[in-house]
Design a protein. Sequence first.
Length: 190
Amino acid sequence: MSKITKTENSNNRDPMFAEAARLMLAENRGSTSSIQRKFGLGYARAGRIMDELVAAGIVAPLEVIGKPRKVLVDERELEVILEKQGKRNRKKVYKRWQKYAETCENEGGWLLDQKCDKCGGGIMLFGEYDAELCPICNEWKAKKCGDPKCRFCSDRPETPSEALLIYEAKQKLKHKKKFFFKIAAKRYIV
């Protein structure tokens, strides 16, 4: 299986994919070195992004080593490609929040009677910070109270996605501690 085939089947595109695609369109040529220079990336990551751009049909495959690649799409076609990627990303985000809602039990979850004013999506309660949020807009629905001693606002991250990452990291750490405790307990029992 070649790298391009692997990238075609993958929904996990680099976070810089959209910016790199727009750069290729603006310069009307595609090169790995331009991605490196513009975004300050290493050669390996810039090369993977270029492979993703080729797999998506945005730039042509390499014809001559050292020469830039041809851009195959116009601005309208690029926006269609990026919109499809955005829809997949929103589904992934929604799945992560759904998993949070299932694991947090009484700490938080979906508020079924409320909808977001901006996107119309569901509103959630993040129990650890006692704050409502929209997972699609990635915004808290209430501002911080400003009290430095408030146990909910003082430690609350700027965005809900940051809070979710912290929550997931804590869950993984909790799971690892349980696993290592079980191994240690078995050793002492024997």
